[in-house]
Design a protein around this ligand. Structure first.
Ligand SMILES: [Ca+2]
Length: 309
């Protein structure tokens, strides 16, 4: 059921839901936040139809089948795929970790035949106040900018989970499609960035995770299953979820949780620093980077919201 405050903030979620757990947590946070008004969901990267069904599954649990979910770009903007751009050689892609959490297509609304980029463009022409929040590789937003720049020019900003600015390293969402990232970042559209460092800082504690595992709600059980599938798929990585993507949603809820730095972000294509992002301070630059976060309060409040479902 849709619960909103009197003047909720409209947003559109562009997501690679289904791999890491933070996308499904981000969608849950939106559904648990009456201050937000979810206008649509688009999926990106690889298995976009399967990702769309996972988003639909969570939306259906909350009687939010009014939210349109559109499958978007599965392939990169340039080149046949990620294996081409890995600087250290090919890396095989696994099927999405949380695919089994999604209901079968027959038990969900039919996916609209409109491509996600067309749907987002049409929406922005009539609802320019909507903020696109991108929590996956930036292929859909780059395609939007190339295909319908007038639609993209209407938005006041994008919010992007992506990049890293304190360490010399590439970040997943940028690295998966650096050409798209460069296209979006150089577009002139103002962007608020939640970098890798913020997500790493905002890690769920074992006690907080136990609260989820002990939840008896339908959403709690779905999210528990998502976490367990993710752990099974990535046994050697990390076992405690990190709130990369929910912190991008939190930018719309509590921008004061973050210490912002204004400037200009660029993407490197040099071999030694391929897909790294760099930040240059600039008083009137188009970008804001979340440099620090009030970690304890942010994690506690975001997690409580998610567990309220
Ligand atoms: Ca993501």
């Amino acid at each position: 059921m849709k619960k909103t405050t009197s003047n909720p903030t409209p947003l559109w979620l562009d997501t690679d839901i289904g791999d890491d757990t933070d996308d499904i947590f981000a969608l849950a946070l939106i559904l648990a936040s009456p201050e937000l008004d979810l206008q649509g969901v688009s999926t990106v990267f690889g298995e976009t139809e399967q990702r769309a069904r996972l988003a639909q599954t969570l939306l259906q649990l909350h009687n939010r089948t009014d939210v349109p979910v559109h499958a978007g770009c599965g392939h990169l903007l340039l080149g046949p795929g990620r294996m081409e751009v890995m600087p250290n050689g090919p890396m095989s892609r696994e099927p999405i970790a949380q695919g089994p959490c999604a209901k079968p297509a027959g038990r969900l609304p039919a996916l609209p035949p409109v491509h996600a980029v067309d749907a987002l463009a049409a929406h922005l022409h009539t609802h320019p106040q909507t903020t696109p929040v991108a929590i996956g590789p930036l292929t859909n937003l780059a395609t939007l900018l190339l295909q319908d720049p007038a639609a993209a020019a209407k938005v006041s900003r994008f919010v992007v989970m992506g990049g890293e600015f304190k360490r010399a390293m590439w970040e997943w969402n940028i690295h998966c499609d650096p050409s798209s990232a460069a296209c979006v970042i150089a577009s002139g559209v103002p962007i608020d960035f939640i970098p890798w460092d913020i997500g790493m800082t905002c890690t769920i504690s074992p006690a907080q995770l136990d609260r989820l595992f002990n939840s008896s709600s339908a959403t709690g059980r779905l999210l528990t299953r998502a976490v367990k599938l993710w752990r099974k798929a990535k046994p050697t990585l990390h076992h405690l979820p990190r709130l990369f993507d929910p912190m991008a949603v939190a930018v719309l809820l509590h921008p004061e949780w973050f210490e912002w730095r204004r400037g200009r972000v660029t993407v490197s294509f040099a071999p030694a620093t391929f897909a790294h992002t760099q930040f240059t301070p600039e008083a009137k630059g188009p970008h804001r980077v979340a440099w620090e976060v009030k970690k304890t309060a942010a994690v506690r409040k975001v997690w409580s919201r998610i567990l309220s479902l």
